[in-house]
Design a binder for this molecule. Structure first.
Ligand SMILES: Cc1cc2nc3c(=O)[nH]c(=O)nc-3n(C[C@H](O)[C@H](O)[C@H](O)COP(=O)(O)OP(=O)(O)OC[C@H]3O[C@@H](n4cnc5c(N)ncnc54)[C@H](O)[C@@H]3O)c2cc1C
Length: 366
């Protein structure tokens, strides 16, 4: 299937599942199951792995029509990918089929109260216990927590060694010693805090190698970072569509407002920025899929930065063009206004993306 076909297919699935969308802060199991039934998780958990381009096209299409479905899709992929890519045979057999079917909910637990942008500064520890580990510490701002059925957890197994002493684990949501509570964000996003009180993690739950867990996190984020840009791209397109439609129909001073240059130039600037975002997102995705490791880091950072900042601008312009109507509660635009903010923060803030771009530029890689 071509990228364009995948975008169109995902947009149509999002439209079909619109009735199931809720914009509260709880995990929507019915929606995840429906996504599983639609087959959208098949490529994500395919034996030979998903391409970044396919992931981007699915996220762009879903974001155009149904951000709740988009978020549910992305979080299942983010939480499940480390298990799929780096899990032991038994861990994969335990979780991947039900993740693919949408029967269980996954989450990716890296961030801590004291470790956000500085993701290697983990205070959660994994201490040896027999041939397994005991995990103790706290995770914060974890999407799908505390309701998820399975967590990919990153913990310091060699304190003081930074990113070289992190191990990744798969931990069931009902593990003894694991508790948590929701965090109420203004974004319509299921998210929460987790506490690990000596949670036992057997050797079979280690993802990848002991002390190599940061690599598992980065491998997952390298795959997903361009697709955060694709999510933003789809939202920007949805906002622009509303604004253009309104600019054609709404009349003021005896003419459609789209005939006023003050309005039309704002739309022109957003359209141009969206085209640039689309180019950056798919350039990064193709670099990932071609194994162009050198350039990928910088390209993915540019894609995420540009697309998420553009989406914020696109939603703001759309609200301006719709006037008071753009601020009506429960409208698509009001929803996008709340939704569009968080992607500039998660999976690396805009400032961190700029740091990466600058570093890669000075190293001569982009
Ligand atoms: C909706 C949402 C969903 C999330 N889901 C998950 C999830 O599923 N799993 C997970 O593990 N985490 C998740 N997070 C957490 C997210 O990854 C972190 O919020 C993010 O990495 C930033 O960390 P922080 O919030 O602690 O900000 P901080 O790191 O404290 O940063 C605060 C400010 O300082 C700036 N800053 C920090 N360091 C630098 C620097 N070196 N140079 C310039 N500026 C700097 C930042 O850009 C930011 O503006 C989620 C967050 C949100 C909002």
């Amino acid at each position: 299937m071509s990228e364009t076909e995948r975008v169109t297919e995902a947009e149509a699935i999002g439209t079909r599942l619109a009735e199931l969308a809720r914009h509260d802060r709880k995990v929507n199991r019915e929606l995840v199951k429906a996504l599983g039934d639609s087959g959208l998780f098949e490529p994500v958990f395919a034996a030979d792995g998903v391409t970044a381009a396919d992931l981007c096209a699915t996220r762009q299409g879903l974001a155009r029509s149904n951000t709740a479905a988009e978020t549910a899709f992305a979080l299942q992929g983010l939480g499940g990918t480390p298990i799929h890519l780096a899990g032991t045979e038994s861990a994969r057999a335990d979780w991947v089929p039900s993740l693919r079917a949408g029967d269980v909910i996954a989450a990716f637990a890296l961030t801590e109260p004291g470790a956000g942008s500085d993701a290697a500064a983990l205070a959660t520890v994994a201490e040896r216990d027999g041939d397994g580990f005991r995990i103790t510490g706290e995770k914060a701002y974890i999407s799908n927590a505390p309701e998820a059925d399975v967590y990919t957890v990153f913990a310091s197994s060699e304190p003081g060694s930074g990113s070289r002493g992190v191990t990744a684990f798969v931990v069931p949501g009902d593990a003894e010693g694991l508790s948590g509570e929701p965090i109420d964000l203004i974004a319509p996003h299921p998210i929460g805090r987790l506490r690990f009180d000596g949670v036992f993690a057997p050797a079979s739950s280690v993802l990848g190698e002991v002390n190599q867990g940061f690599g598992v996190a980065m491998q997952t984020l390298d795959l997903f970072r361009p697709s955060v840009g694709a999510f933003a791209l789809g939202m920007a397109e949805a906002a622009l569509r509303l604004a253009v439609d309104h600019a054609r129909k709404r009349e003021a001073f005896g003419r459609p407002i789209g005939e006023f240059q003050g309005v039309s130039h704002q739309l022109a600037d957003v359209r141009t920025a969206i085209a640039a975002s689309e180019h950056l997102v798919y350039t990064a995705a193709h670099a990932h899929d071609a194994g162009e490791g050198e350039a990928l880091t910088g390209l993915a950072a540019m894609a995420k930065l540009h697309a998420t900042e553009t989406a914020q601008k696109a939603v703001d312009v759309a609200i301006q063009v719709l006037g008071a109507r753009g601020l009506e509660s429960n409208s698509l635009l009001a929803h996008l206004y709340l939704e569009v903010r968080a992607p500039r923060i998660y999976e690396g803030t805009s400032e961190i993306q700029r740091n990466i771009i600058a570093r890669e530029l000075l190293r001569g890689r982009i």
